[in-house]
Design a protein around this ligand. Structure first.
Ligand code: NAG
Ligand code: NAG
Ligand code: NAG
Ligand code: NAG
Ligand code: CU
Length: 178
């Protein structure tokens, strides 16, 4: 099942750079899987929303649950959905770590956070996640900054088309959600 979904994705995004797939809400979880990735310049980080009503929202290491930067907006996935909402961005500076959280109420404090190119020491993904959980400030901490505020670093080349729908046969979705 995963093979077919990935094949569809490859067809949908005809670009030469690598696509790094991240599943949001897999198995009904309050999770990104994987929660941290390593990306090269030009790689697209592609999020597939598989359940519930999550976001991918940029923040900073210092304030894990406060939006600063780009945002997928809420992607609601009905039960037994036959389409997968998809959102992505392109990394253009592999030296600049990128930090994200879900701004659905309570999810950041549950550790629903994500990073790109987090360092192995110091400001690690684990430290970021621990700070998110410790903040305990939940959804209200996700109050958006003024719209159009640029990301804190120049590491994002594009904000990909929001909520592009990847049409997939219902059977594939069923396989993904099981
Ligand atoms: C993700 O974070 C864990 C824990 O800090 C680390 O062991 C792992 O290497 C990281 N993975 C990537 C792809 O950065
Ligand atoms: C998704 O969550 C947001 C924030 O809680 C809420 O405003 C929105 O109504 C939800 N969408 C649906 C379709 O339930
Ligand atoms: C989703 O599918 C399952 C299994 O077929 C079914 O039991 C459930 O009622 C469906 N839910 C909705 C909201 O259609
Ligand atoms: C890439 O990010 C690093 C670390 O934040 C920064 O020092 C450097 O200036 C950035 N390079 C470009 C071309 O923006
Ligand atoms: Cu969430």
């Amino acid at each position: 099942m995963h093979f077919f979904a990935l094949a569809s994705l490859a067809l949908a995004s005809a670009v030469s750079a690598a696509d790094i797939l991240v599943k949001v809400g897999e198995n009904m979880g309050v999770t990104y899987n994987p929660p941290n990735v390593t990306a090269a310049v030009g790689d697209n980080v592609v999020f597939q929303f598989l359940s519930k009503n999550h976001t991918v929202t940029q923040s900073t290491f210092a304030n894990p649950c406060v939006q600063q930067g780009i945002d997928s907006d809420f992607q609601f996935v009905p039960a037994n959905a036959t389409q997968i909402p998809e959102w992505s961005f392109t990394v253009n500076n592999a030296s600049a770590p990128l930090w994200f959280f879900c701004r659905q109420t309570g999810h950041c404090a549950k550790g629903m956070v994500f990073s790109v190119n987090a360092p192995a020491t110091g400001k690690t993904f684990d430290a970021f996640k621990a700070a998110a959980i410790a903040s305990g400030t939940t959804g209200s901490a996700g109050t958006p900054s003024a719209s159009g505020t640029p990301p804190p670093s120049g590491a994002l080349a594009t904000r990909a088309t929001s909520a592009g729908l990847l049409a997939v046969a219902a059977g594939f979705i069923a396989g993904l959600l099981l």
